[in-house]
Ligand binder design. Sequence first.
Ligand SMILES: Nc1ncnc2c1ncn2[C@@H]1O[C@H](COP(=O)(O)OP(=O)(O)OP(=O)(O)O)[C@@H](O)[C@H]1O
Ligand SMILES: [Mg+2]
Length: 336
Amino acid sequence: MNIVGIESSCDETSVAVITENKIKSNLISSQEFHTNFGGVVPELSSRAHLQTILPLFKKALNKAEIGLKDINLICATAGPGLIGALLVGLNFAKGLSLSLKVPFVPVNHIEGHLFSGFLMPEKPEFPFLSLLVSGGHTLLLLVKSDTEIIKIGSTIDDAAGEAFDKVSKMLGLGYPGGQKIQEYAERNAEEIVKFPVAKLKSELDFSFSGLKTSVLRFIQENYNGEIPEKDKCLIADSFQKAAVKALTSNFIKALNNYKVKSISIAGGVAANKHLQSEMKMIADKSKIKLVVPELSFCGDNAAMIAYRGFRLFENRIIYPLDYNAFPKLKNNFQLP
Ligand SMILES: Nc1ncnc2c1ncn2[C@@H]1O[C@H](COP(=O)(O)OP(=O)(O)OP(=O)(O)O)[C@@H](O)[C@H]1O
Ligand SMILES: [Mg+2]
């Protein structure tokens, strides 16, 4: 079965062709030009998706060595994301589905991230506990089966990735900032500054706005203008340690509360090496399997959308062709 995945929720256009157990192609075209604006410009993003999607789709089919007639299922991100950007991929998929008379599955981008571990050779086992950390979401999810996903914690303000991006901006390291913060943190040789980790009433929820403000205060109080490179490394390392501590300390609490067979991390921030090594320590200590998606499956990609759509199709969940795009999710994790 050849499954086509299409992703266009933000600043990556991606098209993938997968089968039940093989990735035949997973092409990602990143809209680098947004770096000039310090963030994603929605209108420019939609236009770039429009220009890219058809040639990228043709390339993905070529790489997978299949033709239009070989496509059996078409899956596309329906939300959350930028509405104009989403509509490009979703309508492209609907058009294909209609003309090829092939079923169409709209996919929740966050569920795409959540199930990205299944693209790895070592797959998660149900029930599993996942820390989903991306540019727009920070969620602790208990996944009992393909269709039973329970939110047990989430951020009350900024997402983890957003906090990395904002601190990167404060340090003048540009956008997107996660990778830059990690690189600078790795070069730090100084004793770290202890930035605060929020303690909330609901012990599995997260908050990053206080941490972000304390980094800003530290910069305002200690530097008048340019921050020396060495100090940027120190601040990046101190921030990264505090942010990862906020994530892992809640994860440990959740792991004590729920009996699971495996654990996973997912989303763009799952690419963070410090987070990965802390999660590995937790997994080793609890003698539980940890699944970390490879780098190309952490950020936005269409292979995860194709895979998640396939699982929904397998569960006989059928969607009408007039299914809409949704910029926001219900309860922060479900498509309406
Ligand atoms: N090595 C890294 N360390 C920390 N953060 C990282 C790293 N690499 C990428 N990120 C962060 O991951 C985020 C992008 O992830 P992703 O593409 O999943 O988010 P998104 O699609 O914009 O948001 P969402 O998935 O919530 O809709 C950015 O905030 C980026 O800074
Ligand atoms: Mg994403």
